[in-house]
Design a protein around this ligand. Structure first.
Ligand SMILES: O=P(O)(O)OC[C@H]1O[C@H](OP(=O)(O)OP(=O)(O)O)[C@H](O)[C@@H]1O
Ligand code: HPA
Length: 183
């Protein structure tokens, strides 16, 4: 256990903070304004993509001053790894989705497979509209075809953690967004 704590503390000490708390808050404010303009009269259902979406979703919805409902979906393709594989669907929303305007919130748009699959599945459930939002868009050319409707900020192609994103299950709780040394 001491080894694990030491290893994790070293990872954090050596990491680069790419997006600090101030920049995250500015990004969230901008996204909230755009979402308010589009969805404030739609009684939307906000769907948090667990686990990474937890912190961004909480921060975003406290900036939305109109009636909305909240539920979650849990799909994961990275697990404890730094490379994604197939998407595992672990939990589905309990709220009826038919004829609903849905806003899906996640932490990061990396290759895009997670959000693309969730969007497709939601459309098959008879939703009226599906919008997608992520705090981070990772810049590289390995993307699927879709684009999130609302993006906080672009970040270079390194392995990230903090603000919802994990390194081996840890560090989702950090207030900034960090890149692992050498990644
Ligand atoms: O754009 P993609 O390449 O599909 O990657 C993005 C997804 O990967 C992460 O989830 P992960 O599978 O790590 O599960 P977690 O949210 O529980 O960390 C992140 O939270 C996104 O949901
Ligand atoms: O860079 C990342 N960090 C953490 N989780 C992730 N899931 C996709 N990309 C990442």
């Amino acid at each position: 256990m001491t080894n694990t704590i030491n290893e994790l503390n070293k990872i954090l000490d050596e990491a680069d903070c790419l997006v600090d708390e101030t920049k995250i808050n500015e990004a969230l404010d901008k996204m909230a304004s755009q979402i308010t303009a589009d969805l404030s009269d739609k009684l939307p259902l906000v769907l948090c993509v667990m686990n990474g979406g937890l912190i961004p979703t909480a921060a975003l919805i406290e900036r939305l001053n109109f009636p909305l409902e909240l539920d979650y979906i849990h799909a994961t393709r990275y697990g404890m790894e730094t490379e994604g594989t197939q998407l595992n669907w672990l939990s589905y929303p309990q709220t009826s989705l038919k004829n609903r305007h849905v806003l899906v919130v996640d932490d990061i748009f990396d290759q895009g497979h997670t959000l693309e699959a969730i969007q497709k599945w939601l459309e098959e459930q008879g939703t009226s509209s599906v919008h997608t939002a992520t705090i981070i868009n990772k810049l590289h050319d390995r993307k699927t075809n879709m684009q999130p409707d609302y993006v906080g900020t672009d970040v270079v192609d390194r392995f990230l953690f903090g603000y919802g994103m994990d390194y081996k299950g840890y560090f989702r709780n950090l207030k900034g967004i960090y890149a692992i040394k050498g990644s």
